[in-house]
Ligand binder design. Structure first.
Ligand code: 0X9
Ligand code: ZN
Length: 565
């Protein structure tokens, strides 16, 4: 063997080459060895997966690659108690994610021909209203082929939330949110088809239901299809735009002035613009310079600061915690909650418990500032960042929670720039995810916890998200998660479900929580805040205080464990 290749082999074997090699592994195959255990169907019965992937795991690569053009919805609900034996669970996409991954022909319980003709008639009666959609075939050539997308023509109607910069605010008048009962076979496949034709988009759901947004001009058709197929649903939101208009009423000029005089504008009675959030952080740093500082850890694609606030009295024995929010632009309750934590600790530091004072806190309340601003100015339901795709610029944005560099590009992360879960061209292709990761790696702090706040659903999720496996210490994560959930419920009454994100929701690779866990941060959780679907992303401002308050109780419970075991 040439000496350079010996070197490469040695480096690879010692893990020095890290991520690029990890990402070449078949999904389900773990690196470093013993980093995962299989997803238990009964958490008590889980057995540690001793390093070697099974033969079936090693042969799963092709299937996963083929099925990787998926949306968040696509990966929805794994019914934990219905899971087959562990080895099968981690390799059978069909059984894992019926919405996206079931082949078209398996929709045996629904009359596909009828659906198709209904949809076609709808499309035919709709004149093209925008520039043509980006060619879906174009991206599949550079990535990999998705047979379903290839055989389906692009629908020439504007995609919900996909407008070019010059266009006006997206109007959701008449659009509705429905909760669909997905227990019956074939229902998820119908939703997938409607979504691919851009008539509906997915908000959330669990193993037995899916929340979908139905375009106003598709309501009649989708109703007819659901009726014919006996698909049960409830209309949760009758007129989405009305809800959006009512969601965040402006403060009166008097109130505004009052807040200005105090030195910052944050109220937790409103969802605030980025300027107010950053102004608040700067105000705290100026007011409490002995223990609070801010730092821009980088810039977003559009040049906005990625601002971290640190609270620390500088003791060398302190624990370290990293908390972020706003990875997904439309989840407004997340930055509101994270800034609430900051406010509590900053304004009451001396009176705080030792668990809080003996911690070096790092808060990044808005990981995705461009997306966040875009939800205020243009499209309330935008999820991704705002980087334009390289192609026709019709579809923009990368899902930052599919762009982190641990197991990047696996299940539940799309290669389609038009998808809500577009993973980007490479791991850490986005300035926002890269800055966050670089900061954690280079800060020198030994983080005990990484908490990332999202919405909605009321879940406490621990790794792994990339596939149906859990880390070796998952029992600790589960137990601590349940303690946090208990504290939340005792404080505000909200019930949180605890579990691994792949097991409780759906496999989705490239998440920040997985990456943080892979860095060795023990307590890595994604917290999906309230509610469970009544308002979804459009949570009225009256919920900010109670949601943030009970979440703070959960955080305190975690800190107690971190400091005292
Ligand atoms: O899908 C996501 O990114 C998160 N849910 S959300 O509704 N806020 O979009 C869940 C992420 C869970 N973690 C991983 N899959 N790694
Ligand atoms: Zn989210």
């Amino acid at each position: 063997m040439e000496s350079w290749s010996v070197l490469v082999v040695l480096l690879a074997a010692s893990g020095v080459l890290g991520t690029p090699f990890i990402n070449k592994l078949a999904p389900g195959q773990e690196f470093p060895a013993k980093n995962s255990v299989r997803q238990p169907s009964n958490i008590e019965d889980a057995s540690i997966d001793q390093a070697q992937p099974s033969a079936s795991e090693l042969t799963s690569t092709l299937t996963d690659a083929e099925s990787s053009i998926v949306d968040k919805v696509d990966e929805t609900p794994v019914k934990p108690e219905a899971e087959p034996a562990a080895a099968e669970v981690s390799i059978k996409p069909d059984s894992v994610n019926p919405i996206e991954e079931t082949p078209e022909k398996s929709d045996s319980n629904v009359s596909e021909a009828c659906i198709k003709s209904d949809l076609e008639s709808l499309v035919a009666t709709e004149p093209a209203k925008t520039e043509p959609q980006e060619s879906e075939a174009a991206h599949t050539e550079t990535d990999h082929v998705d047979p379903v997308i290839d055989e389906e023509p692009a629908v020439l109607i504007p995609k919900i939330g996909d407008l070019s910069k010059k266009e006006v605010k997206v109007d959701y008048s008449g659009a509705q949110v429905w909760k669909i009962n997905t227990n019956r076979t074939g229902v998820r496949a119908v939703i997938t088809r409607l979504r691919r034709r851009n008539l509906v988009s997915t908000w959330g759901g669990d193993h037995s239901s899916a929340d979908i947004l139905v375009r106003h001009d598709a309501i009649e058709n989708v109703t007819r299809i659901f009726k014919r197929e006996n698909i049960l649903y409830d209309v949760i939101i009758e007129d989405l735009q009305k809800r959006i208009d009512e969601e965040n009423p402006p403060l009166s000029p008097e109130e505004l002035e009052l807040h200005d005089r105090r030195g910052h504008r944050m109220t937790w009675k409103q969802y605030h613009r980025l300027e107010d959030i950053h102004g608040f952080m700067e105000y705290l740093a100026k007011t409490y310079p002995t223990f609070i500082s801010t730092k821009s850890i980088g810039k977003s694609h559009e040049g906005r600061d990625l601002k971290v606030l640190r609270i620390s009295d500088g003791k060398l024995t302190n624990k370290a915690v990293f908390i972020d929010g706003g990875i997904h632009a439309r989840e407004w309750i997340s930055p509101a909650t994270v800034t609430y934590f900051i406010n509590q600790f900053a304004e009451n530091f001396d009176e705080e418990s030792d668990d809080i004072k003996n911690t070096d806190w790092h808060f990044l309340p808005v990981v995705n500032p461009d997306g966040y601003e875009y939800t205020h100015t243009t499209d309330r339901l935008w999820r991704k960042n705002r980087k334009p795709s390289n192609l026709a610029r019709v579809c923009s944005g990368i899902d930052l929670n599919r762009n982190f560099g641990y197991r990047w590009g696996g299940k539940g992360a799309s290669s389609n720039p038009c998808s809500e879960t577009f993973r980007g061209r490479n791991a850490f292709s986005e300035p926002e995810s890269k800055a966050l990761a670089d900061f954690i790696k280079s800060s020198g702090a030994n983080f005990s916890a990484y908490l990332t706040y999202h919405s909605y659903g009321q879940y406490l999720l621990y790794p792994w998200g990339y596939d149906n496996v859990v880390p070796p210490d998952y029992k600790d994560l589960d137990e601590v998660g349940k303690t946090i959930a208990k504290a939340i419920e005792e404080t505000g009454g909200s019930k949180y479900s605890v579990g691994s994100s792949s097991g409780l929701l759906y496999p989705a690779s490239g998440g920040s929580d997985d990456w943080a866990k892979a860095q060795g941060i023990k307590y890595s959780y994604t917290v999906e805040l309230s509610d469970t679907g009544r308002y979804g992303f459009i949570l009225p401002t009256s919920y900010i205080d109670p949601v943030a308050k009970e979440s703070l109780a959960g955080l305190r419970a975690l800190m107690k464990i971190i400091h005292h075991g």
